[in-house]
Design a protein around this ligand. Structure first.
Ligand SMILES: [Zn+2]
Length: 250
């Protein structure tokens, strides 16, 4: 089994840390940009040969160059991931990584981020799932990178074989959590549609303010991004259309 180290990162609340995972000679998401956390990460990682990244967000890649410099490890990610530094190589969907202590299989799981990868420990249902789900709260989909269609497909792909999801933020979760995430997204879609049905054309900000009014601690800016992601999905399905700066039912 892999070992886990949570390091402090500049991530989105409620999370404050990102989990780094190690299996054999491979570390997933050496995340922290903070020097003292990088020190701790290097001591935990020991001699490694390979760094793999679930996706290019800063709270996942912030310590990759430092750990590579200390260990000589190569850095690998999916070709679609906009990693802000040169990679040693890319990982394709289905690619197998022999770590010396088990094989990780890369699964292309976009939706939250371009080129997002999950890493399944072959022969088990254990999946290091990056930002596919979280130990607390839900995952933010920020347009244009965030795609609800891709995200729902990715959740279903991993759900089909996973038993345990090891997220980047928070503790391990039963794979059935993915079902709740899918249901949550469909419930939000219905709530956003209801605002347009009951009040006529509305801006994404107004839809967000209406639906998230009763959600404790909701951040209106992040909520508006979720509305935009869902509107893009509904637009692709022919159920809403732009109306000036607002949106309306078709
Ligand atoms: Zn992310």
């Amino acid at each position: 089994m892999f070992s886990v180290l949570a390091v402090r990162t500049p991530t989105l609340p409620p999370a404050t840390h990102t989990n780094c995972y190690r299996l054999g000679d491979t570390v997933v998401d050496p995340a922290s940009p903070e020097p003292e956390e990088q020190e701790r990460l290097a001591a935990w990682a020991g001699p490694i040969r390979r760094i793999v990244l679930t996706h290019a967000h800063g709270d996942h890649v912030g310590g990759a160059l430092d750990l590579a410099a200390r260990t000589g490890a190569g850095i690998y990610a999916h070709a679609d991931a906009p990693v802000p530094f040169p990679l040693t190589g890319t990982l394709a969907d289905g690619e197998r990584i022999d770590t010396g202590a088990g094989t990780l299989v890369a699964w292309h799981t976009p939706g939250h981020a371009d080129g997002h990868l999950a890493f399944a420990l072959d022969g088990t249902g254990e999946v290091i799932c990056g930002d596919l789900v979280a130990g607390e709260g839900t995952i933010v989909l920020v347009p244009p990178e965030g795609s609800l269609a891709a995200y729902l497909t990715s959740l279903a792909r991993v759900r089909a074989f996973a038993t345990t999801l090891w997220p980047a933020h928070g503790g391990p979760q039963p794979a059935a959590l993915a079902d709740h995430y899918v249901a949550h997204r469909h419930r939000r879609t219905e709530q956003f549609l209801a605002v347009l049905r009951e009040g006529g054309p509305a801006s994404p900000e107004t839809i967000a303010a209406t639906v998230y009014a009763g959600v404790p601690g909701a951040n209106l800016q992040i909520a508006t991004m979720q509305v935009l992601t869902h509107l893009a999905w509904l637009h692709a399905h022919g159920r809403v259309r732009p109306h000036g700066d607002a949106w309306m039912l078709t």
